[in-house]
Design a binder for this molecule. Structure first.
Ligand code: ARG
Ligand code: GLU
Length: 749
């Protein structure tokens, strides 16, 4: 069935060449519809986060049938330079890629956000105005930031599972695996900045050793202003059509022999084994795309019962909690400019996954994910029955029992963590105070001081952006949800109704009382306690009612929620391991890719649009015209700088315009990505950079649970927009000069 693909491509290619310069949207959409329908037949195209070491065996043929001109060996090779040598784990949470032979690194603006922010001040506001180092001496060091290269990925399943027998208990199995891992890891000789980690894949069925080298001197080179790098902000987050130039530039520095080295003025730009040339030819609908990076976490192999619980119970409660908190923040941010500034980034952080979960649930429903999972389970059971493997068929029944058992604990756990570590700021502070107490009690003065030192960074920035009145209202609303919605057994003493609302107090009264009688909101006092004599500071914390309440809540949580939750989770994880292997055995002709776990993966698809809802079709490319159309002068999300307006007026696009004379901004692809893929390169059929991944479309965020090519799309900034901004907007032509710009399509003639 996969063989259909090249024909579809050819058809598309033919139609798009033969025309028809301005194929109207309607026809484009009809074309897309044809493609989407045909592609449905091919189960895998688009779906999958593949291990680079297995591309040759599992994917190369399909990739080439989709248009790829290079080989699996060109993508990942341990003997020769390959694309993988240009792919860099950025700070451990995002992806980045080398784009020059002088260590120039490209990633997202939102990945470099805290570095850009940390170099900013009122006088030099790099978030608002952008930053461009006009020579290497102006590039800015970022202590703590690192760039990690993958040296090698080795399948060590046999070594790690040696001695494991089928009839062992989980505990026996784990103890053998731990011993084997330990032995393997310590047998390896490593350099000073090298690391070897054995990681589990396919839910504990396979093991790979990953060796890596970390460069700790990574400097900020350039970033556009937020009006470009964060254009559309939260309103446009997870949305298409998108017009965000979400990119920033860094540079890796090395010691004199190109080796990793801590920051030093004497360090020199890193010489990469490979860097990505950048294509000026851009993309067309149907073009092959490959995204190479470090996706964080996915759950593709859950049983239906787990997905049902997520959609029916877990997502609704997490969404409701965040919605309540966001509603309160929004109210203050709207009426008060200083509150808006103080809470903008916290709001964005909470809103990001709030919106994602809503999209995820609705996408799972819309694509009938549950029914599909159930059908698949029936297929699975039928194979098991045919082979008379009764033991493994029972896995699904056991899942039912375990998920029924864990449900209340999952919800209570979400409530607890959303409230205490996400949405009520003072509960986080109280958590730190309780940690200080326990450090002091277990390790004395030294323990207290060391921990207080670590908290310094947090507290030095905390109060500047903290409003106790807002937080107090959030606490009132969320503690009410906790008490009213959860089983009474989950409520700690001090929040139980018999001690609070039944005493005639409303949640607002209760919250007010708590916030007026605590030292935690008092910046001066807190700073002096952190740096003061440990014994007297601890005494002060211990007598604080808010600290006591938070401590009691935490202890109650550990015992009544977390412990039983973990007991169920251990059993579920073990079932998931058995189920994963059983599925692979039952369907030997299907390709299985391991769930994402922040290790290096390749995903591929094509440039394509989609139908977000009935009667609406999205085409896959946006242009600068769309930025101008969204322009709202003075609005913090949709403002456009005078400079960009001017370039647009003059159509001063240089070599970066597309063949239609416009500057492209973003494009869509059917590449299977997730959080952590931010900053990943989008690569063309020849191995050149064509774009920079930074988001997914809202309708398709369920790709973490159940990828569906009909609506799952990743969003990339077009490389030409990046070049246009660096060159024409910032005038940083010296950066363009160190890059390698190519014309792969024109070369073909
Ligand atoms: N949705 C993207 C991601 O998950 C971008 C988030 C940053 N942007 C924002 N407006 N909050 O990371
Ligand atoms: N913005 C996400 C990130 O920071 C990528 C979007 C997604 O979740 O796919 O990794």
């Amino acid at each position: 069935m996969v063989l259909l693909l090249p024909n579809v491509n050819k058809f598309l290619y033919f139609v798009s060449k033969a025309k028809i310069m301005n194929l109207n949207i309607l026809r484009k959409c009809t074309l897309s519809l044809v493609i989407i329908c045909l592609l449905r037949i091919s189960v895998f195209a688009g779906e999958g986060m593949w291990l680079p070491i297995f591309l040759k065996a599992l994917n190369e043929a399909e990739m080439q049938s989709l248009g790829m001109k290079i080989t699996a060996e060109d993508i990942y090779s341990i003997n020769n330079g390959s694309l993988k040598d240009a792919i860099v784990h950025f700070g451990g949470f995002c992806t980045s890629e080398l784009i020059s032979d002088e260590g120039l690194l490209l990633t997202n603006h939102h990945c470099g956000y805290s570095e850009i922010q940390s170099h900013s001040s009122l006088e030099k506001n790099y978030l608002r105005d952008g930053f461009w180092a006009m020579s290497k001496s102006e590039e800015l060091a970022n202590p703590g930031l690192f760039a990690k290269f993958i040296d090698q990925i080795i399948d060590v399943t046999d070594v790690i599972t040696a001695g494991v027998e089928n009839d062992m208990t989980d505990k026996e199995r784990q103890s053998i695996i731990d011993k084997n891992m330990n032995r393997y890891e310590t047998s390896y000789k490593l350099g000073p900045y090298q690391e070897l980690q054995v990681r589990s894949f396919y839910h504990g069925n396979q093991f790979f050793a990953i060796t890596s080298t970390t460069y700790p001197d990574v400097r900020l080179v350039g970033a556009p202003p937020e009006s470009i790098g964060k254009f559309g902000a939260d309103t446009d987050n997870w949305e298409w059509p998108r017009h965000t130039g979400d990119f920033a530039l860094f540079r890796i520095y090395a010691g004199p022999n190109n080796e990793p080295a801590e920051y030093s003025e004497n360090n020199v730009p890193y010489k990469p084994k490979h860097f990505l040339p950048i294509s000026l030819d851009g993309v067309e609908e149907g073009d092959f795309t490959l995204v190479f990076g470090f996706p964080g976490r996915t759950n593709q192999y859950l049983p239906a019962v787990a997905v049902e619980q997520l959609v029916e119970k877990q997502n609704p409660s997490r969404i409701a909690i965040r919605e309540t908190a966001l509603g309160i923040l929004d109210k203050y941010m709207r009426k008060d400019e200083s509150a808006r500034l103080q809470y903008a980034s916290k709001f964005a952080r909470v809103a990001n996954y709030w919106k994602k979960w809503i999209g995820e649930s609705s996408g799972l429903k819309r694509t009938n994910a549950l029914e599909k999972k159930r059908e698949n389970e029936e297929r699975f059971k039928a194979v098991q029955a045919r082979k008379m493997i009764t033991k493994k068929s029972k896995v699904l029944d056991e899942f039912d029992t375990m998920y029924a058992g864990i449900e209340d604990y999952t919800i209570a756990r979400d409530y607890y963590s959303e409230i205490t570590s996400r949405n009520v700021e003072l509960l986080r502070v109280a958590g730190f105070a309780n940690n200080l107490i326990s450090r002091y009690e277990s390790q004395g003065d030294a323990g207290y001081k060391a921990y207080a030192q670590r908290l310094n960074g947090f507290f030095s920035g905390f109060y500047k952006n903290y409003r106790a009145d807002i937080d107090q209202e959030v606490f009132a609303a969320l503690s009410e949800m906790y008490v009213e919605n959860l089983d009474p057994k989950f409520i700690p003493q001090s929040l139980q109704k018999k001690n609070t609302t039944m005493m005639g107090k409303s949640y607002a009264d209760l919250s007010k009382e708590m916030y007026s009688n605590t030292i935690l909101t008092d910046e001066k006092m807190m700073m002096s306690l952190l740096s003061g004599d440990p014994a007297s500071s601890v005494a002060k914390f211990k007598e604080d009612k808010f600290v006591q309440m938070a401590g009691e809540w935490r202890a109650h949580y550990d015992k009544i929620i977390s412990a039983p939750y973990n007991a169920y989770k251990t059993q579920i994880d073990s079932l998931q391991r058995v189920y994963m292997q059983a599925q692979m055995d039952a369907f030997p002709d299907e390709r299985f890719y391991p769930d994402a776990n922040s290790t290096m993966r390749v995903t591929y698809g094509q440039v394509e649009g989609y139908f977000p809802k009935d009667g609406v079709c999205y085409t896959p490319v946006t242009h600068l015209d769309g930025v101008i159309a969204k322009y709202k002068p003075g609005d913090y999300e949709f403002d456009v700088s005078a400079k960009l307006l001017d370039l647009y007026e003059k159509k001063d696009y240089g070599q970066y315009a597309a063949s239609n004379g416009k500057i492209p901004v973003c494009f869509l692809g059917s590449n299977h990505t997730t959080g952590g893929n931010s900053g990943s390169p989008a690569i063309d059929a020849h191995g050149n950079l064509i774009g920079l991944n930074f988001d997914r479309v809202w309708e398709g965020t369920m790709s973490d649970i159940n990828y569906d090519r009909s609506i799952c799309r990743n969003i990339m900034v077009d490389a030409r927009y990046i070049l246009f901004i660096v060159d024409k907007y910032a005038g940083a032509t010296h950066l363009i000069e160190e890059m390698k710009l190519v014309h792969p399509k024109k070369m073909k003639g």
